[in-house]
Design a protein around this ligand. Structure first.
Ligand code: ADP
Ligand code: MG
Length: 337
């Protein structure tokens, strides 16, 4: 970290409690032998080789207590989610995970919390063969900020701006589950006990669609991960691509729990609910079978839910082809109270 003056009068460098110091904490919970990194945790910078003929894809996502997760959140699940939301951005670019850094503000050096958090973090890191190469650790309100790095071939990254008129619009998984679970947690509605655990896992431990993103390289014309709501994130693709879309709301796959909801609630969860980290992408109709094959190879279900139009704007249709009014708004940190 940088200057440690003035603001910290505790005599411990402004960092962790004497029992478990900043450097003990980093060594114990966040240092593992380097894998591909030339130099990992422990020096002023990490050193990474980028293989010739590849580009580095870089993305950062921050999780703030009280904003992205509730105080008292399970540390194992939080470790998973903090990395998952970042891996999801690599997935949406079709990038191969390489390495990540972790900037952590902690109110206290709580050994049990750190053990749980690092276990959740490294379980997902190992599953995706991505290594922690550095970070920063400081005392403060709980805040987890991860920067991921991935590798892409020049010209093959899945960008938001590549959707073309006539492309089919696809989504992975069953978007809306995370919002359905959140509503239960907030007391907006009550879900039956037998579906709750699976839905809460969709919210607390999302699955980044990394293999699907990789499989879509050279097939998809654009992609984005659904973090703030399907309509809002689709809007980013349409804007970047200078196109419109026709979306069949009832073609969006529903989990059993979502299908059992009243239509208005189901649609609101599917169209405006955030935190699902599914991939929304476009591909030419001639690549339909290739998309299906890529999804099968990745073990991730996908569904065609509409298509891209040359005319700007989004038309939402129900199962009868009738237009649905759009009063669903995407999540925006500075607009939503
Ligand atoms: P500096 O003062 O040079 O910024 P630090 O004292 O903050 O270095 O960190 C020491 C080393 O530990 C660095 O290599 C840094 O990348 C690493 N590090 C710090 N915090 C973390 C963390 N939470 N996870 C992984 N590595 C970390
Ligand atoms: Mg530092």
């Amino acid at each position: 970290m940088g200057a440690r003056t003035g603001m910290h009068a505790s005599g411990d460098n402004g960092n962790m409690a004497a029992s478990l110091g900043e450097f003990d904490l980093i060594a114990r919970y966040f240092t593992r032998p380097p894998r591909r990194a030339v130099l990992g945790v422990g020096d002023d910078c990490a050193l990474l080789d980028i293989p010739p003929g590849w580009q580095l894809a870089v993305s950062t996502d921050m999780l703030v207590e009280g904003r992205h997760f509730l105080p008292g959140a399970d540390p194992f699940k939080l470790g998973h989610k903090a990395l998952a939301v970042n891996l999801s951005d690599l997935a949406a670019m079709g990038a191969q995970p390489l390495a990540f850094t972790l900037a952590l503000a902690l109110p206290a050096a709580d050994a049990a919390w750190l053990a749980g958090f690092s276990a959740g973090l490294f379980a997902l890191a190992d599953a995706h063969d991505i290594e922690l190469v550095g970070g920063d650790t400081t005392k403060g309100p709980l805040n987890v900020c991860i920067t991921v790095m991935g590798l892409v071939r020049p010209g093959l990254a899945l960008r938001r701006g590549g959707a073309c008129a006539g492309d089919e619009l696809w989504v992975s998984g069953t978007p809306g589950d995370a919002r359905l679970a959140l509503g239960h947690r907030r007391g907006e509605w009550t879900l039956p006990g037998d579906t709750l655990a699976a839905l809460e896992a969709r919210m607390d431990q999302p699955t980044p669609r990394v293999s699907l993103g990789l499989g879509l390289r050279g097939i998809a014309t654009s992609a984005i991960d659904v973090s703030d709501g399907l309509l809002g994130d689709l809007g980013h693709v349409l804007e970047a691509s200078g196109v419109g879309a026709l979306l069949h709301a009832d073609a969006i796959p529903s989990s059993a729990a979502l299908a059992a909801q009243p239509e208005t609630r189901r649609r609101a969860c599917q169209l405006a609910g955030g935190d699902d980290y599914e991939l929304l992408f476009t591909a030419p109709p001639g690549r339909h079978a290739d998309v299906v094959a890529a999804a099968e190879a990745a073990g991730t279900p996908v569904a065609a839910i509409g298509h891209i139009t040359a005319t700007a704007g989004l038309t939402l249709l129900d199962a009868h082809g009738l237009s649905i009014a759009q009063h669903f708004t995407a999540f925006d940190h500075f607009r939503t109270p």
